[in-house]
Design a protein around this ligand. Structure first.
Ligand code: NIG
Ligand code: FE
Length: 402
């Protein structure tokens, strides 16, 4: 494949020291799946043998968005639980009455692989239609070897679809399945036994757990992480979402790629994350949908130079979010991020949260993953509440049309 030129764009490269890495009257030269050159159109070398040209008409171009935390694969949905919560029931009450995660586990186990794929495919379409070119997908609604395997296989199958890169995360330590009632340690034994099998089938890119009073303890989480370390797999953690369990510090001891949620993160956790280079993945969709009030410690994270990412946390219970630009808006309004921090959170820092070094910015040698928006300035990505401004999505140099 030869060179392709994408011209007449205002490019927020997020590379270099300028705010947004902004280049006006810019162009991108694509060689196969990679960027050969990004710069001012006037500076484009002469005499290049260009095979195809695309006119972007002055559109804003950003790196492809990266959603670094989703639970995209599940059966059913929980709209009726939403209604119950609106009538005053709490998330915990619903969970104790057999709803919540347990109801999604039952629906996921009952669904065929084809139905799981079709449901996730439809949701992925919507996220891609809003600019996502890389997505992390967790298991965690199967909770048996067979059902976790199926979910991870569906995630891998989605990764073979055009226009997207999928990173898989093993989250069997998400909730205690009913058959292990009262035997959480026994379940963690099983979670640790399944991991090498699924890793042996190339289904696992990273390992996650839900470390919380209503889920698994730091000691149980540590056992899962030990197993991940033995297999050479990176870890991440649902940490400090509802209380401070010291989960972030624990994850940092295992060199975690990221710690996610973090509303109750304390000074020790921040210091440990800074030391380990872990990314703080903030999830404003869940904060909003559960009407939480406790804010993640954004200022302290900034002071400690912990990179901040923003993700959808797409899941049927706490964040049925299908637009990453909307999450940027929520991250600014609720968490006080600047619009530029928010965009970096869904690109550069999200790539880092997934251990990916070949994307998240637009510069020479990186993947040609970029989005053309019907917007004038990158601030607008975080400014509009909803709306649909994504015009063209290019992933690995190929335009993705839905
Ligand atoms: O990321 N925090 C744990 N798990 C999900 C919610 C799961 C559900 O309610 O189905 C989350 O918020
Ligand atoms: Fe989550």
């Amino acid at each position: 494949m030869g060179l392709t030129l994408w011209r007449h764009a205002r490019i927020a490269t997020l590379a270099g020291r300028e705010p947004w890495g902004l280049i006006d009257r810019g162009a991108l030269l694509v060689d196969g799946a990679r960027l050969r050159w990004v710069g001012r159109e006037a500076d484009l070398a002469a005499g290049l043998d260009i095979d195809g040209e695309h006119e972007l008409g002055g559109a804003l171009v950003t790196p492809g968005l990266i959603d670094a935390h989703t639970h995209l694969i599940y059966g059913g949905q929980r709209a009726s639980e939403f209604e119950l919560r609106l009538q005053g029931a709490s998330y915990e009450q619903i969970a104790r009455a057999g709803g919540g995660i347990a109801s999604t586990v039952a629906a996921t186990r009952a669904a065929s692989s084809e139905a799981l794929f079709a449901g996730a495919r439809g949701r992925l379409d919507r996220l891609q239609g809003e600019g996502v070119t890389t997505i992390e997908i967790k298991s965690g609604y199967g909770l048996t070897l067979e059902h976790e395997r199926r979910c991870l296989q569906v995630a891998r199958r989605l990764g073979r679809e055009p226009g997207v890169t999928v990173c898989t995360t093993y989250l069997a330590a998400h909730a205690l399945p009913p058959e292990f009632e009262g035997r959480a340690d026994g379940y963690i034994d099983a979670v640790c036994q399944w991991l090498p099998l699924l890793h042996g089938e190339s289904l696992v890119d990273a390992v996650d757990a839900f470390c919380e009073a209503i889920a698994f303890s730091p000691a149980q989480t540590g056992r899962v992480f030990e197993q991940a370390r033995r297999l050479g797999l990176p870890v991440k953690l649902h940490a400090e979402q509802l209380s401070d369990q010291g989960g972030a510090a624990l994850a940092a001891r295992y060199g975690a790629l990221s710690c996610d949620h973090l509303e109750y993160l304390g000074a020790d956790g921040i210091a440990a994350m800074a030391e380990a280079g872990s990314v703080a993945v903030l999830l404003p969709g869940a904060f909003y949908f559960l009407r939480e009030t406790r804010l993640p410690p954004v200022d302290a994270l900034r002071r400690a130079a912990v990179p901040i990412a923003i993700a959808s946390d797409h899941n049927p219970g706490t964040s049925p979010a299908l637009s990453l630009p909307l999450m940027l808006n929520l991250a600014c309004t609720f968490f006080g991020l600047t619009p530029e921090e928010a965009l970096r959170g869904a690109t550069v820092n999200a790539a880092r949260a997934l251990g990916l070094v070949d994307r998240g910015k637009l510069s020479e040698g990186l993947r040609a993953d970029f989005v053309a928006w019907d917007l004038e300035h990158p601030v607008e990505l975080a400014y509009w509440i909803g709306g649909h401004f994504c015009r063209r999505v290019i992933c690995g140099g190929q335009e993705h049309t839905q």
